[in-house]
Write a protein that binds this ligand. Structure first.
Ligand SMILES: [Zn+2]
Ligand SMILES: [Zn+2]
Length: 313
């Protein structure tokens, strides 16, 4: 097995930007390879559905695959139509570009190995082998392999921490999107056509799921027993986060410190309702820095607000 081809981490400068024109160019190229693309919101979550489109488990839900709306239903909105891509980017010019993974034609015909060093993921040359590859905005890699044609689950790669399989029913962010927390670009590190998965990788990716064990992750990062979230359930955590961050951006100079605290309380409630803890903290930190606050003040505001909402870890 080859030991060459280890992807090198992106060495991009921080605080780069890519505008809607760059996204459009990239989206149209991807569509030209037959890759259905769509947009994520600034927080890297799917855009909210319009009021006519209930979420899947809600009353009145319709078939998302058949929905004609431009940006509803997350990756179901992915398209290779240049007209639709143009309209999407015009309506959400600060979105992140993403590709629907999994079997073609609904997906791009790719299986992506998503390596996140922040969670212990590493590139294993004995298992993975070089292929088309991006460096993500947080020092990880997306390895794009050709989809084998049979169903491939999107799930953690069995036996590897910090490595996920993004295939049927999944999506990944594409260059030149900017990572919402690090503000660094996703970029192509290897632009060859996606290779076939090496045999051992294919075997691992296609291994049947083992019987589910009791999931401790359900309560990971949540307060210990005896806690119930105040103020009722948050129905749309990602929208709450977006609104909180917008409030920080709009706050007049003298009010910023208090506004960050208030926003952090909202984000804490979103986290209690399922929003990712690390992304929440990262977004608040970025918003605080943008508002010219010191890291110490930001940390203090977040800590106090999270404690006041009963969110401790
Ligand atoms: Zn809709
Ligand atoms: Zn719909």
């Amino acid at each position: 097995m080859t030991t060459t081809g280890k992807p090198t981490p992106p060495t991009g400068e921080r605080f780069v930007t890519s505008g809607p024109a760059d996204l459009l160019t990239a989206a149209i190229s991807a569509a030209g390879w037959g890759w259905p693309v769509f947009l994520l919101g600034r927080t890297k979550r799917p855009l909210a559905n319009c009021p006519d489109c209930p979420k899947q488990r809600e009353p009145g839900a319709h078939n998302p695959e058949a929905c004609p709306h431009l940006t509803c239903h997350g990756f179901y909105a992915a398209t290779t139509s240049v007209d639709r891509i143009q309209a999407m980017i015009a309506s959400h010019p600060d979105g992140l570009l993403a590709v629907r993974t999994g079997a073609a034609p609904a997906g791009a015909g790719v299986v992506v190995i998503d390596i996140d060093p922040g969670h212990g993921g590493r590139y294993d040359p004995d298992l993975m082998g070089p292929t088309r590859c991006t460096g993500t905005g947080n020092d990880g890699w997306h390895l794009f392999y050709r989809h084998p044609g049979q169903p491939v689950l999107s799930r953690p790669l069995p036996g590897r921490s910090g490595v996920d399989v993004k295939a049927d029913g999944g999506y990944v962010v594409l260059p030149p999107s900017v990572h919402p927390i690090t503000r660094r670009l996703y970029r192509w590190l290897d632009e060859r056509a996606p290779e076939e998965m090496p045999p051992r990788l294919a075997e691992t990716v296609l291994a049947p799921p083992v019987a589910a064990s009791p999931a401790p992750t359900l309560t990971a990062g949540r307060p210990a027993s005896g806690f119930s979230p105040p103020g009722g359930r948050v129905k749309h955590p990602e929208m709450l986060v977006d609104a909180c961050l917008a409030a920080v951006r709009r706050a007049p100079e003298g009010r910023r410190r208090y506004t960050l605290y208030g926003a952090a309380r909202g984000v804490a409630r979103a986290i209690l309702a399922g929003f990712d803890h690390a992304i929440g903290v990262g977004l608040l930190t970025t918003a605080g820095r943008d508002a010219q606050q010191t890291d110490r003040d930001i940390h203090a505001a977040i800590t106090a607000a999270f404690a006041d909402e009963g969110l401790t870890r």
